[in-house]
Design a protein around this ligand. Structure first.
Ligand code: GDD
Length: 324
């Protein structure tokens, strides 16, 4: 029997890589796409991976429960992956209510649609290491207390706990992946890695001279999205639903991540980097470092792509984009 998956946020970075993985495994993949006036840009990531023709697009919105029920009825999924969110932390101070409605309460809408229309389906919630915020332990695991530091993180925490609650209340096979930062050439330009790799490529090609960033002392545990979507899938293959940290176990400053990008094209960070107060946040998450021991032991998951490899891949992709 062909398995069927429903993916919200299918046009995002993770949605594209997950769709590719599921299609390779023989799934029928249905993707929920929110109607937008920017016609034609919605599927550029799916196109980049060559899977745009294979994903069946459904019209739905996390704020509209009836649309989600129809999506679930149509897809008849064995597995539902909730990847949709307002996912840019900095914007969450500008749009805190929308962030709460979509990134937080939107999760309940998807869970309700599953509970009503496909209660036997397995559910994945995209939780986030941002929930650790002001960290309460040097290396964060599934048992580390949370301390969110942005409206985004507060909303993600709601999504995380409502997933746990639906598992405990209704016996849904609902798992939550607490994913640390994960990047790729398909990352949105507003996130720091892609902003850096795009900026470095432009500087290399003479299209700009400086790269303006905010807090470059922040430290993140960065992995590759392609590795991380494999962990999502593995979670839903387990007999028992559970929560898992997905991380590399290494942390690096924004500055050192930047250096990798500049050095890859033979440029020096000191000649081009400008610190701009406009990119500092009202409250910062200074450092994140994940402990992926449980995912390694129970899922047999390992990240395969290093930060160095990933940043070089991203710079090369941005150089090619500019040339193209
Ligand atoms: N975006 C951005 N732009 N970040 C900057 C800049 C800049 O110009 N300068 C410094 N930074 C710092 C931010 O202050 C933050 O400490 C760090 O770079 C990473 O920022 P982002 O790449 O925007 O990611 P994030 O850590 O805030 O959130 C991402 O990871 C989460 C998982 O922990 C997002 O993908 C979230 O959706 C995800 O949940």
């Amino acid at each position: 029997m062909t398995k069927r998956a429903l993916v919200t946020g299918v046009t995002g970075q993770d949605g594209a890589y997950l769709s590719q993985l599921l299609l390779e495994k023989g799934y029928e993949v249905y993707g929920v796409v929110r109607r937008s006036s920017h016609f034609g840009v919605a599927d550029h990531r799916l196109r980049w991976l060559g899977v745009d023709k294979d994903v069946r697009i459904l019209d739905g919105n996390l704020s509209d429960l009836s649309s989600l029920i129809r999506n679930v009825e149509q897809a008849k999924p064995d597995e539902v992956y909730n990847l949709a969110a307002q996912s840019f932390v900095a914007s969450s101070w500008q749009q805190p209510i929308l962030t709460g409605n979509i990134t937080g309460v939107g999760v309940t809408n998807v869970l309700e649609a599953v509970r009503i229309a496909a209660p036997g389906a397995r559910f994945y919630q995209a939780s986030s290491s941002e929930m650790y915020g002001k960290i309460q332990e040097a290396a964060q695991s599934e048992t580390t207390p949370f301390y969110p530091r942005s409206p985004y993180a507060v909303a993600k925490l709601y999504g995380h706990w409502i997933t746990v609650n639906y598992r405990e209340s209704f016996g849904l096979h609902a798992s939550s992946g607490i994913l640390f930062n994960h990047e790729s050439p398909l990352r949105g330009i507003e996130f720091v890695t892609r902003k850096v790799t795009d900026g470095v490529a432009r500087i290399k090609r003479g299209l700009q001279s400086e790269l303006r960033l905010g807090n470059i002392d922040a430290k993140r545990d960065w992995g590759h999205a392609k590795d991380y979507v494999r962990a999502m899938w593995l979670m839903l293959q387990q007999d028992v639903a559970d929560d898992y940290v997905v991380a590399t176990g290494l942390t690096t400053t924004v500055r050192d991540m930047c250096k990798i990008a500049f050095e890859h094209v033979g440029l020096s960070i000191d000649d081009h980097l400008v610190i701009d107060p406009a990119f500092f946040r009202p409250a910062e998450v200074d450092v994140l470092l994940g402990n992926p021991a449980k995912a390694k032991a129970k899922l047999g998951w390992e990240p395969l792509i290093s930060l160095d490899q990933m940043i070089r891949e991203m710079v090369d992709a941005d150089l090619a984009r500019i040339a193209g």
